[in-house]
Design a binder for this molecule. Sequence first.
Ligand code: PGA
Length: 254
Amino acid sequence: MRKNIVAGNWKMNCSLPEGKKLASEVIHMVQDEVQNNAQIILIPPFIHLTGIHSLIGSSSNIFLGAQNCHQESNGAFTGEVSAAMLVSCGASHVILGHSERREYFHETDELLASKVKFALDNGLTPIFCCGEKLEVREAGNHENLVRSQVDEALFGLSEEEIQKVVIAYEPVWAIGTGKTASAEQAQEMHAFIRNQIASKYSQGVAEEISILYGGSVKPENAREIFSQADVDGGLIGGASLKSRDFTNIVKAFD
Ligand code: PGA
C-alpha cells in the first residue's frame, strides 16, 4: 500500500550544530503535534548522517536519507560515497537523480539506472527524481520527457524491486523558484506516471508506489497538493530548513 511521505532535502545547507538543532526541533514538533502516520525522512548532507541518526533514535515514523550515492560498492572513487556506507550510517533512503545532480553533475538516466539498482541491492529505498525544465513544458513535451526518464532509469527493475522505489516528480521550473505547479498539473503528471507503471507492470504494482511532488511546497500549499488522488506527499527543499514550516507541511496530512 502506498504510504504518505514528507521528505526534507536539506541540500548543501547547515553546519553540523545547525543541522542537529534543526533535526531536534523537527523530531520534537512531530512527536508533539503530528496526528497522521506519514513517514518523515530527514535528508542532510552526508557528513551529518551519523549525528542526525543518533537524534532520531528509535522513532518509528522518522527516517534518515542521503542526497546521492555512487554506483560501485567501493574503490578508487575519490570524494564519492557508496550505498553500503550510507546504510552503515543509519540511512534507509537515498535521493537519486535530483535535477541539480542531473544539471550540475551530468547524471544521465543510464547512470541513474545503475545507481537505483545498486541502492536497492544494498537495502536502501531510492527516491528517484524526474521532472521537466520550463522550455520542455512550454513545448508540450513534459509527458514524453518524464516517460523516458522513468522508463530508462526504472523499467529495468523487476516487479518486486520497483515496488520498493519512491518516485518524486519535481518540475525543474518549480524548484526553489517559489513557483509551484498547480494541484491539477501535479495530479495530471502523477496519474500519468502511475499509468505508465501500470502498463509496464500492473495496476497492483502501480498502487504500491508512492509518488511525491517537489517544487516550492510550503505550509500554505501543501494541503491542496497532497489532497490530489495520485500525490502521496512531498520532497521539500527550502521549507525543510525551517522546523516550523516543515512540521506544518507534515501536518497537512492531519
Ligand atoms: P524547493 O526544492 O522545495 O526548495 O523548491 C525542492 C527540491 O529540490 O527537492
